[in-house]
Design a protein around this ligand. Structure first.
Ligand code: GLN
Length: 307
């Protein structure tokens, strides 16, 4: 029987295409992104892809990379090694807030900038370049193709990265990150500037949903326990200070990026990715949220919903 999914995905896009919000204004290159792009892609844990709209247009992965780099750090340093440096508590703050635990000095979680700069430095590698190369390699293996850096996004973001520089110096001062804090910001920003499409993100997310096994290449990239941890933190912290609204309305472990992407992982089922660069006030894709709300409601995807 032919799947009704492709038709449904087209329908969702027509339902969720009303304009609202703005492209990311604090990074000039992202500010000038085409605000009309809109796409949705689903990849099942068997590797079947369903997509509608602009799902082959490249955009910067931005903060969505943080979920994957947290996974790499957990693989490389173990749960305890990472827990010494980064917590798992929702901060309730915007993504670029410092949010350090007053007792331990740790960033609240790995999905805010302070936590993500930290996890980037925990990836195995002798030099900052080695660490970055490992990040780019693992993310590429999750996507099933070699991801490239969008150099114009990278240089644009570096021009306005003072807040991240301040975070990195602070983290260095408290001993949370070791080595050169400016190198950490440079390579973290390169990580955020990797180009992906919605289809890439759907496969990458299906890797999370599939207990760490890439559904197309069948490579076991992460261990199942690491995936449980990563998706738990995505559920509570993936949408920053919108997390409570998200969990109640959508109920899917997720991560957003200011490039306009949102990923959602339904463990054991499917990886979902949306793309629309118009952002709401928390830096999440406005139309992406609408698409997820629609799909969660109509397809009964909320994790806590018994269907
Ligand atoms: N690279 C961006 C930053 O550090 C990522 C922010 C995001 O996508 N929310 O500000």
């Amino acid at each position: 029987m032919k799947s009704p999914l492709p038709e449904y995905l087209k329908h969702v896009l027509t339902q969720c295409k009303q304009d609202s919000g703005q492209t990311a204004q604090y990074i000039p290159e992202l500010a000038s992104a085409n605000p009309d792009h809109l796409g949705v892609a689903l990849c099942t844990i068997d590797g079947d892809m369903y997509a509608a709209g602009d799902t082959e247009v490249e955009f910067a992965i931005e903060s969505i990379s943080k979920a994957f780099v947290y996974a790499i750090a957990l693989e490389d340093r173990g749960f305890d090694g990472v827990a010494k440096k980064v917590g798992v508590e929702p901060s309730g703050d915007p993504f670029n807030q410092l949010s350090l635990d007053p007792k331990t000095g740790r960033p609240d979680n790995p999905l805010i900038n302070a936590g993500a700069i930290t996890t980037h430095t925990l990836v195995n590698g002798k030099t900052p370049q080695d660490r970055y190369d490992r990040v780019a390699d693992v993310l590429s293996r999750c996507a099933g193709r070699k991801l490239r850096v969008m150099e114009d996004v990278y240089s644009s973001e570096m021009k306005t990265a003072d807040r991240n520089r301040a975070l990195a110096y602070m983290l260095h001062m408290t001993g949370i990150i070791e080595g050169d804090p400016m190198a950490a910001v440079e390579y973290y920003t390169r990580q955020c500037s990797l180009a992906v499409t919605a289809k890439d993100l759907a496969v990458m997310t299906a890797t999370l949903a599939n207990r760490g096994r890439q559904p197309v290449t069948k490579e076991q990239i992460f261990s199942p326990d690491v995936m449980v941890r990563v998706q738990s933190v995505m559920l509570t912290c993936g949408m920053y200070d919108y997390a409570g609204d998200w969990v109640t309305a959508v109920g899917i472990p997720s991560k957003s990026g200011v490039g306009g992407g949102i990923i959602g992982s339904l463990p054991g089922q499917v990886g979902i990715a949306t793309f629309s660069p118009q952002l709401e006030e928390h830096g999440n894709s406005y139309r992406g949220i609408k698409i997820f709300e629609h799909m969660s409601d109509k397809m009964g995807l909320h994790l806590l919903k018994v269907v």
